[in-house]
Design a protein around this ligand. Structure first.
Ligand SMILES: Nc1nc2c(ncn2[C@@H]2O[C@H](COP(=O)(O)OP(=O)(O)OP(=O)(O)O)[C@@H](O)[C@H]2O)c(=O)[nH]1
Length: 621
């Protein structure tokens, strides 16, 4: 029995472990997908921000278009409270919502980091209460630098922690479970459910999970007593891609062991029943014998022990006489459970306080048990069943009944001995758990669908639908290695719209966007399945042509140039036309690394612009 219980416990623990691994993986995918997309939006904004727009003196000329663009991005990200642009002194220039230009943010960590030269990468602040909205946020910032590397502006996305916590609410980790988002650097809390005041940003010390993260472990499981609330949990943890965060999902042992404990309780009850049954048999035997005083002493002692057990139990212990099917004994706790006194129950038929459905089931079970015993099947003599009972005040309770048939010397069942436990609370908890499991599964399915969509979004430019620069960088690395390995050629075409600023200035930013979309569609319509067309920056595009030598790439580039020259976009009474300049480079002719090839294509593009635009060039050092 002990072995079976231990094995059951191990299985329950393994299940809990699988659950926390799944939940942490779900959260990781969702969070790192969101951060990736936000990073792409910030980089896009940084590339497209004109230098003049970064100064307070001329900001008014750009307010309309910049705020519109910030608003556009804010609408794509419900998890971002607002996008903002600060000038080189840390003063707010533009925001996707609210009008608070002029507010000073120069004391904020993300500004100080870049003002003192923290490179060009992404910076994550600590958890902060926003100065304008009073909401808890985590600021994500990228700098815009001038040619000399000086800070020109700062673009900031405010991650709305209240919104993100709704993702944490939606995962099922049980009543005492916990999920958190933490910094890899020191385990500082960004977000936690359940919420613990004063936990935000607080580093964790001497924590085995944090030690694993610091040792470079990217994901795993671990059992811990949480310092913050003293609860023992099994945690699944996972790094958020290359970002400086990790998520944890913990199931409390008190939750996932509840069912196992119930089984252990049943085992204990079965033991108690056996003991009571033996006591009853002993009492009967001794009574029937009508023996001398010594025997009477043992009888009293045994009966007293039996009474004491029954009288002090929270569960109701009872006996039913099988021939009459009436109660012959009921322990005092029946009052606490049903409101009836033992005197009101003893002598009553066994089904008097059951719902009709339960009464029918119990009668059927008794008949079946008796038939089994009559046929010599002793295994059927202990039964566990659930019945609905009606209390004295008319309320209904769910009960679990463990019963045993007591046989006389001839093997005939004369008495049923049983223990009834009120399991109404447990049933309600089970119903709630079932419902929350149903919801969890529905959400897991939804997240699965979202995950696929997110993965696609993470590599796509939202305006044109072409691949983004991040995707191109990864693919270019791979394709150059492959070209080197297999000895195949590879070409790059970098192209840029001529005088695009004029299009924006004359027709407005929206028409400019339409031009970008039309150009993307024209390129996409005329590339091979293995080619990778990407939006490289504002109005700059790059097309990677695996297995294509320089001369063929020149022909392709010329074909795109001619196709764009023929395009005409209707705008009111006008027909808008535009041209592109293109620079081509090829492996191995112009370089053997991704950087060399990109630089060469860029120089060729510059040359095409210099030579009069609307043409294709190659650059030779
Ligand atoms: N509408 C729109 N404009 C953008 C976007 N990204 C960048 N731009 C604009 O692209 C223009 C680029 O201008 P410049 O770099 O001066 O180049 P140009 O006017 O095309 O001139 P040349 O390249 O020298 O022929 C700027 O006006 C940017 O605002 C975008 O997503 N949408």
């Amino acid at each position: 029995m002990a072995f079976l219980l231990q094995e059951g416990r191990r299985q329950v623990e393994r299940n809990a472990e699988a659950e926390v691994v799944a939940v942490s993986a779900l959260l990781e995918t969702r969070l790192s997908g969101a951060i990736q997309r936000i990073q792409a939006a910030l980089e896009h904004l940084a590339v497209g921000l004109p230098a003049d727009a970064c100064s307070h003196a001329t900001a008014a000329n750009f307010r309309g278009s910049v705020v519109r663009e910030l608003g556009f991005h804010a609408r794509q990200f419900p998890e971002v409270d607002s996008f903002r642009i600060l000038d080189a002194q840390g003063v707010l220039l533009y925001a996707s919502k609210g009008r608070a230009e002029g507010v000073d943010f120069s004391d904020r960590s993300y500004f100080k980091a870049f003002a003192h030269g923290a490179g060009n990468g992404l910076f994550f602040s600590e958890v902060q209460t926003d100065r304008l909205t009073n909401r808890p946020v985590l600021n994500v910032a990228v700098p815009v630098r001038d040619e000399a590397g000086g800070l020109r502006a700062l673009i900031v996305a405010q991650l709305d922690l209240a919104y993100l916590s709704s993702w944490f609410e939606s995962v099922g980790v049980g009543v005492n479970g916990a999920v958190s988002l933490r910094r890899t650097e020191d385990g500082g809390v960004v977000l936690r459910r359940p919420f613990v005041s004063a936990a935000a940003n607080k580093p964790v010390l001497h924590n085995a999970l944090q030690e694993q993260i610091e040792a470079g472990v990217r994901s795993g499981t671990i059992r811990l007593w949480a310092a913050v609330d003293g609860v023992e949990r099994i945690y699944g943890f996972r790094r958020l891609g290359d970002y400086p965060f990790y998520v944890t999902a913990g199931r409390a042992s008190v939750d996932y062991l509840a069912d196992w404990r119930h089984t252990a309780w049943l085992a204990a009850v079965a033991g108690l029943l056996l003991f009571l049954a033996l006591s009853l048999v002993l009492i009967r035997v001794l009574r029937a014998g009508g023996r001398e005083a010594a025997t009477a002493g043992r009888l009293r002692e045994s009966e007293a022990r039996y009474r004491m057990l029954a009288d002090n139990s929270h569960d109701v212990i009872w006996t039913i006489d099988i021939p009459t099917r009436c109660y012959t004994y009921v322990s005092p706790s029946v009052g606490e459970m049903t409101g009836y006194t033992p005197e009101e129950v003893v002598g009553q038929p066994f089904d008097a306080r059951l719902t009709p459905d339960s009464a029918t089931r119990l009668a059927r079970e008794i008949d079946l048990g008796l038939r089994r015993i009559a046929s010599g099947d002793r295994a059927g003599s202990v039964l566990v069943s659930e019945f609905e009972q009606i209390c004295k005040d008319g309320t209904q309770i769910s009960t679990e009944v463990v019963s045993s048939y007591l046989l006389d010397a001839d093997g005939v069942a004369r008495t049923i001995l049983g223990i009834t436990r009120n399991i109404s609370e447990r049933k309600a908890a089970e119903r709630a758990l079932k419902e929350s499991n149903r919801q969890l599964h529905a959400r897991i399915e939804e997240i699965g669908r979202l995950q696929v969509a997110l993965q696609e979004l993470a590599v796509r430019d939202s305006l044109t639908g072409l691949y983004n620069r991040r995707y191109l960088d990864e693919t270019l690395d791979r394709e150059v290695s492959r070209a080197r390995r297999e000895g195949n050629p590879l070409s790059l075409v970098m192209l840029d719209i001529d005088y695009f600023k004029r299009v924006n200035d004359t027709y407005g930013h929206q028409v400019g966007d339409e031009v970008l979309r039309t150009l993307a569609a024209t390129l996409s319509a005329d590339i091979r399945a293995e080619d990778v067309a990407c939006r490289y920056g504002g109005e700059e595009f790059l097309i990677l042509l695996p297995n294509m030598p320089l001369d063929v790439a020149m022909l392709r580039a010329e074909a795109w140039r001619a196709a764009v020259e023929r395009l005409s976009i209707a705008h009111g009474n006008f027909q808008l036309t535009f041209t592109i300049s293109l620079g081509v480079s090829a492996y191995p002719d112009h370089g053997k690394t991704p950087d060399d090839l990109t630089r060469c294509a860029d120089q060729a593009l510059y040359q095409a612009k210099h030579e009069g635009r609307n043409r294709v060039s190659i650059h030779c050092d």
